[in-house]
Ligand binder design. Structure first.
Ligand SMILES: *[C@@H]1O[C@H](CO)[C@@H](O)[C@H](O)[C@H]1NC(C)=O
Ligand SMILES: *[C@@H]1O[C@H](CO)[C@@H](O)[C@H](O)[C@H]1NC(C)=O
Length: 357
């Protein structure tokens, strides 16, 4: 059990510190640094203990799903002890050392626990199936889960990662750069239909093309920014990578935010016009919708390849537009992305509206 906790702490606030500090020293996280640290933090792989009852490695080491979908985390028995219980827990990197039990089940009873319990069930596709089903996935469900066979003598377990597929976007205050405390950053991400991104999510976003020269809070209270094209203002001519400020003072330090969101249940549409902010709000209301949040626009761009070469008001008072097929007259930037005009004077009658319903 200890081994497991140590293994998965590395994504969390405490566990991640030595790892971040290492990389912070060189102000850069290259993929080799990442690989190196993953190797260090997987003692189980180095000294595998042959399991008697549970299939290992599990069918999939990682399960990927979007917000709102259902996911099945596989856990299959190879042989059955005469009496046993199945216990599923989530290894919460945010709460170090704390286990979050999701459910415990034996031949006769199923008992759900905690905030995941009500959305959990056992698949039971056959008599050897102890796979966990989670329904209506939420942004914060991503992480590592443990399936444990408890028979009082030789308890054993396997770990499976659930990754919520999504998109990371930087978010800056309408009052300018570096205005959010950690808690304010958390709140603005929620207002934009997201959560603060984890380090792993930012790292993945960087591999997928995110280049952003302003530092932002992550969920674990550290501050980073991802650079693909090194330039003097963004950490100098270091190699491409994640620039790290390490952990910061959550009360007194101020930065931007990196938010994470995933698929939405509704959809985004554009109404063309020369609206003021207020007129844009009304235009959406007339369609039974409301102005979209920044997260909803990013989600449409990421999951529906949403492309609209016209600026539109969003709920936070910013004006943006999503580009999936880059072209010269639509911002002139060669990569796909959501472009921003920033926060404009709300009385300007210049833009359309992005509505969400
Ligand atoms: C997801 O799970 C819920 C509850 O178990 C079920 O009602 C729903 O039909 C499932 N959705 C899909 C798409 O399988
Ligand atoms: C916005 O524009 C209007 C009209 O041009 C002007 O009166 C007002 O002061 C501006 N507001 C801000 C906050 O700049």
């Amino acid at each position: 059990m200890r081994e497991h906790l140590r293994l998965f702490n590395f994504t969390g606030a405490g566990g991640v510190t030595p790892f971040i500090m290492n990389c912070a020293v060189i102000l850069l996280l290259t993929s080799s640094c990442f690989t190196w640290s993953s190797a260090i933090y997987t003692p189980n792989r180095a000294a595998p203990k042959k399991l008697k009852y549970l299939l290992e490695p599990p069918v999939y080491a990682e399960v990927v799903a979007r917000r709102g979908e259902n996911a099945t985390l596989p856990c299959i028995l190879r042989t059955k002890p005469s009496h046993y219980k199945v216990k599923w827990t989530k290894l919460e990197s945010e709460h170090i050392g704390r286990e979050n039990i999701i459910m415990i089940s034996n031949a006769h009873a199923f008992k759900p626990y905690g905030h995941l319990g009500p959305r959990a069930s056992l698949r039971k596709a056959h008599t050897m199936d102890a796979s966990l089903q989670l329904s209506r996935l939420e942004l914060e469900d991503g992480g590592t889960y443990r399936c444990e066979l408890v028979n009082g003598i030789e308890d054993e377990s396997v770990a499976i990662t659930l990754r919520i597929e999504g998109v990371v976007f930087p978010y800056q205050s309408k009052n300018g750069r570096y205005k959010f405390t950690f808690h304010e950053a958390k709140e603005v991400c929620a207002e934009q239909d997201g959560t603060l991104a984890s380090y792993i999510q930012l790292f993945r976003a960087w591999t997928e093309g995110l280049d952003w020269c302003n530092a932002g809070w992550l969920r674990d209270g550290t501050v980073h920014y991802p650079i693909i094209h090194p330039r003097p203002a963004c950490g100098g001519d270091l190699l491409p990578g994640i620039r790290s400020y390490g952990p910061k003072d959550k009360i007194n330090d101020r930065f931007d935010a990196f938010c994470f969101t995933s698929q939405t249940s509704g959809s985004v549409s554009y109404i063309s016009g020369s609206f003021s902010f207020e007129q844009a709000e009304h235009a959406c209301q007339r369609r039974g919708a409301e102005l979209a949040s920044v997260g909803q626009l990013y989600s449409a761009w990421r999951f529906q390849n949403y492309d609209q070469c016209d600026g539109g008001w969003l709920k936070d008072g910013s004006v943006r537009f999503p580009i999936s097929k880059p072209r010269e007259h639509c911002g002139g930037i060669p990569e796909p992305g959501v472009r921003s005009f920033g926060f404009l004077n709300k009385t300007m009658h210049l833009y359309g509206a992005f509505c969400y319903r």
